[in-house]
Design a protein around this ligand. Sequence first.
Ligand SMILES: [Zn+2]
Length: 202
Amino acid sequence: MSVRIWRDGEESRAICPTCKRRTNVVFRRRSVESSAPVVTVPNVLVAVCRECDGVAMIPQQSSARLRRGIERPKEVVNVRLPGHLSDVLTLLADRWAAGARSGNAAVMRLLLHRFGNDTAFARRVQEHLADDPLAEGAADLDLSVRIPSHVMVAVDDMAELVGIDTRADVVRGVLVTAKEDVLDEHDPALVEAMGRALSAVA
Ligand SMILES: [Zn+2]
């Protein structure tokens, strides 16, 4: 059996899960979000519903690109942190990803992804950096985590937008903010979302 290869712009029909019936679709490239791990894969060929503009289906030929996108190239982010913030990271990881070898990295990835995609969260991070004593302290512990490159692109853009100068400051800030949201349970929705995401990662 041969794999059907669709061309960009080609038209067909498919069952649209949003419209709940067979509709006309056109194959186009879109960014596709995966929730576990939290990743956006660009330029995936999908069948777009002509009626609701939603993704009606993802053809077989896109599976390798999606898989590679999800496993995609990470960059190593090296920062130095105050010891107490390293403890906060470990507390966060322990709470959700107990037993996972990559717990700290998984938490860091999730927090940086949120920072890059949620302006309100990023502004709170900036405020914590400006006036939360927990964000201060001599940076004497090394943190080295592998983060998908596209996440870091979003992080760098957001940092510029909200006025944070360095990645080390972003990391400090997201940890202090997550400490409030998660360890102090200031934001139950985040607590729950992280629990779900991290159990999937673990
Ligand atoms: Zn539809």
